[in-house]
Design a protein around this ligand. Structure first.
Ligand code: B12
Length: 220
């Protein structure tokens, strides 16, 4: 196992064991070893929280344990996000409004997307969790956004992504914005047509590539 793999494993294990001290120590090690903070987030901490989620889903651990792991992930993420290298861009590549849909309070993913996209030159407005469809649209109009991004983590909140697509269409705004969806509940390509979105991502780096491509297309 390489040095990098060892550190990524430590990050994941610290989340699984909800061990904050170990997580922060592993974050420091990752920074010292010059591991890309995005890798530390997506291939380290995220691996751990997903494992915890699977255990919770199988009924092997109770909710308080999941909450403790999430707190550890949040703290460690905050520190790593501060170390994401910033790309120098002469002007913002675009403006994006992101949030988590109504009924859903998961925000670890949208916070990572916000940090990574900002560092790459996209001006981000993160409206937070449990956001009704109207709030996405209101904010996007207010800041003259290019992209609206909606995250959903649960099967019963996924439909909100569809409601947002429908609301945009109903108000004649569907062609005004790029609409992207994401989050752990994404069921697959067919859902994209259902919600009338332009694209989706369940990984921040893939999401960034797709967002950049879509922004280039509207600027052509
Ligand atoms: C952490 C967590 C929590 C934490 C959340 C803390 C926080 N601040 O976010 C806490 C403990 C609070 C929590 C609460 C609950 N949770 Co929860 N939770 C999770 C868990 C384990 C991880 C989610 C996560 O943060 N993943 C890590 C991030 C980084 O990944 P991500 O969100 O997918 O984001 C990445 C990509 O998707 C993408 N992305 C994300 N959003 C977007 C948006 C756009 C536009 C783009 C382009 C990309 C993009 O980029 C991100 C970075 O790569 C998941 C399990 C799982 N596998 O998802 C369960 C899970 C989502 N939770 C679940 C449940 C049931 C709940 C509760 C209802 C539990 C309860 N009984 O109270 C409550 C929900 C309350 C509510 N109303 O929302 C279930 C949902 C089941 C289902 N299918 O519906 C899951 C799947 C666990 C399970 N296996 O049962 N949870």
């Amino acid at each position: 196992m390489s040095e990098k793999e060892k550190i990524l494993k430590k990050l994941a294990e610290a989340v699984v064991n909800f061990d904050e001290a170990a997580a922060m120590a592993a974050v420091d090690e990752a920074i010292k070893a010059k591991i890309n903070p995005v890798d530390a987030l997506t291939k380290g901490l995220t691996v751990g929280i997903k494992e915890v989620g699977d255990k919770f889903g199988r009924g092997e651990i109770p909710l308080p344990f999941l909450m403790l792991s999430a707190q550890v992930m949040e703290k460690a993420s905050e520190k790593l996000q501060q170390h994401i290298p910033k790309e120098e861009v002469p002007e913002p590549l675009g403006v994006m409004v992101i949030g988590t849909v109504e009924g859903d309070i998961h925000n670890l993913g949208t916070n990572i997307v916000t940090a990574v996209f900002s560092a790459s030159g996209i001006k981000m407005y993160n409206i937070g969790v449990d956001q009704p469809v109207d709030n996405f649209i209101k904010k996007a109009l207010e800041v003259d956004a290019d992209i609206i991004g909606a995250s959903a983590l649960m099967s019963n909140t996924l439909q909100q992504q569809k409601f947002l697509g429908e609301a945009l269409k109903k108000r004649g705004l569907r062609d005004r914005f790029i609409y992207m969806v994401g989050g752990g509940a994404f069921p697959g390509e067919e859902w994209l047509k259902e919600v009338d979105a332009d694209d989706y991502a369940t990984d921040v780096i893939i999401g960034l590539e797709k967002a950049k491509k879509l922004l280039e297309e509207i600027k052509e």
